[in-house]
Design a protein around this ligand. Structure first.
Ligand SMILES: [Fe+2]
Length: 226
């Protein structure tokens, strides 16, 4: 199949798949109401501006690749936050949210898989572009970086989880490294992705070592203070 399909062509081709996946999603989703847990005003105060739109071309391919990763990343961090906060209401609510995020992820992951089969080279380029630039939602919020560091320090969401629980399983589901339908720029994009993952593995290991050293120092200080 040619890689010269426009966003509109791709959308038209994938419409029946989207319909089927949406029906799957609606069958599996359990409805629940956040107001049963948190007052409306408090919830509104937490509304954010959403994610930044990627530039110009192949917006569709990049959007579905981005939200696949983002839904899975938020699923992981919501689940870990729920476990870490030791607060029964928050934990129950975050379990609901995490279960919803998982269904969203499956929807977008399957749409992306269909797009990969339809336009493999363009889809792989979009995936590589998204994976190598990925940022968690909330980048525009004040204190985003400081909070991201806190989340990583406490094991809520860190590079190791990003690599092992988000990136690798999704790329495996898309059979990125087994595909035989990539040529030209699609094959180049896959090579770039491979190099990026190798580099991320090194960074994740380094981060884990630093975190362990910091924890050991804290324990030592606590021991001498006590
Ligand atoms: Fe979601």
């Amino acid at each position: 199949m040619s890689t010269a399909l426009s966003d509109r062509d791709i959308l038209r081709e994938l419409a029946p798949t989207a319909e089927r996946l949406l029906n799957d999603h609606l069958r599996k989703a359990k409805s629940w109401n956040p107001h049963d847990y948190v007052p409306w005003d408090a919830r509104m105060a937490h509304m954010t501006s959403g994610f930044a739109k990627p530039d110009a071309e192949q917006v569709f391919l990049r959007s579905v690749a981005y939200v696949t990763l983002q839904e899975l990343a938020t699923r992981i961090s919501h689940r870990n936050t729920g476990a870490a906060c030791e607060e029964p209401i928050a934990e129950r609510m975050l379990q609901h949210v995490a279960a919803d995020e998982n269904l969203h992820m499956i929807f977008y992951r399957n749409i992306s898989a269909a797009a990969l089969d339809l336009v493999p080279n363009a889809a792989l380029r979009a995936i590589t572009s998204v994976v190598t630039r990925f940022q968690m939602p909330g980048l525009t919020q004040p204190s985003f970086r400081r909070n991201a560091v806190l989340l990583a320090e406490h094991g809520i969401y860190d590079l190791r989880q990003h690599l092992d629980v988000v990136l690798r399983p999704v790329l495996r589901a898309w059979r990125v490294f087994e595909r035989t339908d990539l040529t030209g720029d699609g094959a180049r994009a896959r090579d770039e992705l491979h190099t990026y993952l190798d580099d991320l593995e090194i960074r994740a290991r380094r981060f884990e070592e630093q975190r362990e050293r910091a924890a050991a120092r804290r324990a030592e200080r606590a021991a001498t203070a006590g």
